[in-house]
Design a protein around this ligand. Structure first.
Ligand code: ANZ
Length: 833
């Protein structure tokens, strides 16, 4: 007969879908109120960087996102499933520099290529809602957002040490520095550099960003929730003011253990803090020299190194003294790198007996160690003296050597000491965050210009009516990284009259971190062509929040945190009615090859386009879904797209074999097949909703087998209406995974395209009731019991059921077993020893 030809199906159906636009979202979605129409689902895939053609990772992500979007469409929901391009940023700019091209042209060429691939890949996107963040029509609203943040004091400029990527010659957000201290982008070792930069005040939202994670519990992967919690890193403690000899102002430290104040034996200030520089200024010349040599060394090291516990402690005694507020003791003040300038207050009280880093430092420089908490082991014996053992005791215990705190336990002592300090005005309860403000300035070309003009009298925001501040042409600009923005050299662009009085002024030449672009793009999709506002608040009120977000776990911190932050800011400004942007999150795994990530350098790169050419789109998509649970990585060496193609051909042939007319009443058909069909449809819904796509595919395979058997069986045959019902169900179920095959089957069954709009098959409850079969249990060939069991009972379960039977146990009379033969579901034969 006719052959299944994946490429012919593609040629046949793509133009039809282009015409039909089956995935156009409504312009007037229901608002959720009663009787307001179809319920909505906003399904969003993380948008791609246009840094080349689609790769296998995209192939997986978009196949899985598509299952979800197509499923809700079949369930009768009004689905918004849009796509766009995260089109600004370093990958494009660096690639453009390398090839001597214009980043703009290069970017749009790649977008065109990816877009064509997505069309071929049959992604169910609404192609009337596309956005590119590098379009002035988009980035003007980044600038608008910046101005709104600026108005509210949430965008500000400050001097600080920033993470500096010496290869890309640009600053990085903390989130872009990998745990090993290298740049996420270039791989270079990140160093610190002092610069004046723009920040978004995300720390003001730290509590809400943390507390609202509770509402995502069970909806987001727990790993992502805990990564966000740790990143924000809230701790509770106290600030304590220490008088410094020879200085008018006290120095304040942040501590989570105010209970240990009597055990403080020295103070440490961050070597790279302004305070250290000030304190050393009065010190003898040799101390100053020692300090400045040390500082140079500190600035060249990474934060990760500085915090590393195994590294030998280093520091310089500043020959200054602090007075302990509880007992007036003189504590030597040291500068060291294990204290960070931008955490807490940049200064600590060191309690070596109970803090390991302080103890390592004390042992290295011969400083005193005083135990103030009596910590015991499980048997109630005191732990060894930290000064001797070298191990600080951080656990619970009662306070000793601590005056009014003696005898209290840790928690009570923390509370008591905090009260005492507060009463004397020498301290207060405080909390602290690991989270830093979001540094958004970048010294690169391919990004959104910051809408600020610097005048003789200060910074002036560009009036909203003058947006967008367009990125000038790259022609004539040297884009090679040199530490300052290339835009600074665009004389015609950078020199402008002050918006205040027309006096000569200069535009801010930095561009925004591209995470600004992606922090709100999901809002833009509801009204992507609106040139009067960033998004239509009424439409986002009805479409938002995103019901289902799909993307890689690589964005677990950066992107998701920023998007949550901006959502809360826009909520506070009254533009949004929700405070969390993404209700549910699915992180798909990676596609690997032979156990490792694919890369050109490893020579194990599998190209998506080649796989599509070889196996067809549907087989590749099906393989992505069938390979395993979506969160797990797929090793492309272990899966079989050829096997998927074979299965699809089998399914497709079923539609050719059906001989009953459309509309035939299935109630008169074969009941056994009907039960399989209805159970499959019923279970598939639950499985898709819990992301068990691989199991859905397995169930569809079973249904295809059962249908083939029925067609070939003389007692059922191709004219049975139950066969048609089964094949129609296969087509609709397959439309989630293998759209071309499903569409062709649907057409062959006599229906109009598109199968994507066929609707989910109605399930007849009565057909879900499981039949039971009788299983005979024999002991030594004699029937001892009869059990009613499910027809698909597992062998192990059946064996256990048989052995648990009272009658069987009586017949065995305690004898050992020699063999148990299980023939599920009808027979168990037990032979005693
Ligand atoms: C005295 C003390 C005694 C401390 C003790 C701990 C245990 P988290 O939980 O991460 O907030 N610290 C404060 N500021 C610091 C800085 N800028 N750089 C490095 N370390 C700093 O940690 C807070 C604790 O980390 C603070 O409590 C302080 O050491 C240290 F038995 O103060 B603690």
């Amino acid at each position: 007969g006719e052959r299944y030809d994946a490429h012919a199906l593609q040629d046949r159906w793509l133009p039809v879908w282009d015409e039909l636009k089956p995935f156009r979202a409504s312009d007037d979605p229901a608002d959720g109120s009663e009787g307001s129409g179809r319920p909505k689902k906003y399904v969003l895939d993380m948008f791609p960087y246009p840094s080349g053609d689609l790769h296998m990772g995209h192939g997986e992500a978009y196949a899985l996102g598509d299952v979800i979007a197509r499923y809700w469409g079949q369930r009768g929901y009004d689905v918004l499933h849009p796509i766009g391009w995260d089109a600004f940023g370093l990958p494009a700019e660096n690639a453009a520099i390398k090839r001597g091209l214009d980043p703009r042209g290069w970017t749009y060429d790649n977008i065109a290529q990816q877009r064509a691939s997505m069309r071929r890949y049959a992604c169910s996107f609404d192609w009337d809602r596309v956005l590119h963040t590098c379009d002035p029509e988009y980035y003007r609203w980044n600038q608008w957002l910046f101005l709104k943040m600026y108005e509210r004091g949430l965008a500000y400029r400050k001097d600080s040490y920033v993470n500096w990527d010496p290869v890309d010659q640009t600053v990085l957000a903390n989130e872009q520095v990998l745990p090993d201290g290298t740049s996420e982008r270039s791989g270079a070792l990140v160093v610190k550099k002092k610069l004046t930069q723009w920040y978004f005040r995300i720390t003001e939202y730290a509590d809400r960003l943390l507390d609202d994670l509770d509402t995502l519990e069970g909806q987001w992967p727990s790993k992502v929730i805990s990564m966000q919690r740790n990143w924000i890193g809230r701790s509770y403690g106290a600030e304590v003011d220490f008088t410094i000899e020879g200085r008018d102002e006290p120095v304040t430290v942040y501590t989570t253990r105010p209970d240990t104040l009597h055990g403080a034996t020295f103070m440490v200030v961050a070597a790279d803090s302004d305070l250290a520089a000030e304190l050393v200024a009065d010190a003898p010349a040799e101390v100053q020299e020692q300090f400045s040599a040390y500082l140079t060394q500190v600035q060249a090291s990474t934060e990760i190194d500085r915090l590393s516990a195994d590294r030998e402690k280093t520091g310089v005694f500043l020959q200054r003294y602090a007075l302990n507020p509880v007992n007036g003791e003189r504590l030597p003040v040291w500068a060291a790198d294990y204290v960070l300038a931008d955490y807490g207050t940049g200064a600590i009280m060191a309690v070596p007996a109970h803090d390991q880093r302080d103890l390592d430092f004390a042992r290295r420089f011969d400083l005193p160690v005083r135990v103030v908490v009596d910590v015991r082991d499980a048997d109630g014996a005191p732990l060894p003296d930290p000064a001797v053992s070298g191990v600080a005791t951080a656990g619970e215990g009662s306070l000793v050597n601590s005056g009014p705190l003696d005898g209290l336990d840790k928690a009570a002592a923390i509370a008591r000491q905090t009260e005492l300090l507060a009463a004397e005005g020498r301290g207060r309860a405080a909390k602290n965050y690991r989270l830093r403000d979001w540094l958004i300035s970048r010294q690169r070309y391919w990004g959104t210009p910051i809408p600020i003009v610097h005048t003789a009298t200060g910074e002036v925001p560009v009036p909203e009516s003058e947006l967008p501040v367009r990125l000038p042409d790259s022609a004539g600009l040297n884009l090679t990284p040199k530490g300052t923005s290339p835009l600074g050299a665009a004389e015609d662009w950078v020199n402008v009259p002050s918006p205040l009085d027309g006096s000569p002024a200069r535009r801010d030449a930095d561009t925004m971190d591209t995470f600004v672009d992606s922090s709100w793009y999901f809002l833009r999709f509801v009204s992507p062509n609106d040139d009067t506002q960033a998004f239509d608040p009424e439409l986002i009120g009805r479409w938002g929040p995103v019901d289902q977000y799909v993307g890689g776990v690589t964005h677990a911190i950066l992107h998701l945190l920023y998007a949550r932050f901006i959502t809360k800011v826009l909520f506070d400004m009254g533009y949004l009615t929700f405070q969390e942007p993404f209700t549910r999150l699915l992180n798909q795994g990676m596609v690997l090859m032979d156990g490792s990530a694919m890369s050109k350098s490893k020579g194990n790169l599998v190209r998506l386009s080649e796989q599509l050419d070889e196996h067809g789109v549907d087989a590749v998509r099906l393989t992505m879904a069938f390979a395993g649970p979506p969160e797990e990585d797929i090793d492309w060496a272990d899966v079989s797209p050829a096997g998927s193609a074979k299965f699809l051909a089998r399914a497709w042939r079923l539609a050719r074999d059906v001989t009953s007319a459309a509309g035939a009443d299935p109630a008169t058909g074969d009941q056994a097949l009907r039960r399989v069909t209805h159970r499959t449809v019923h279970e598939a819904a639950q499985l898709v909703e819990s992301f068990r796509f691989n199991v859905v595919v397995a169930r569809v395979m079973e249904l295809v087998n059962a249908t083939r058997k029925a067609i070939d069986s003389p007692s059922v045959g191709p004219a049975d209406p139950a066969v048609r019902e089964a094949v129609e169900a296969v087509a609709v179920l397959l439309s989630l995974f293998a759209p071309y095959t499903a569409e062709d089957m649907w057409a062959h069954l006599g229906h109009q395209p598109s199968v994507a709009r066929a609707g989910w098959p109605a399930v007849e409850e009565s057909l879900l009731v499981q039949e039971s079969v009788t299983c005979v249990v024999q002991v030594q060939g004699k029937v001892r019991d009869r059990l009613e069991v499910a027809p698909d009972v597992a062998e192990d379960d059946l064996r256990a059921l048989a052995l648990a039977s009272e009658k069987v146990r009586a017949a065995l009379a305690g004898r050992e077993l020699r063999t148990v033969v299980v023939r599920a579901p009808r027979l168990v034969n037990i032979v005693p020893a």
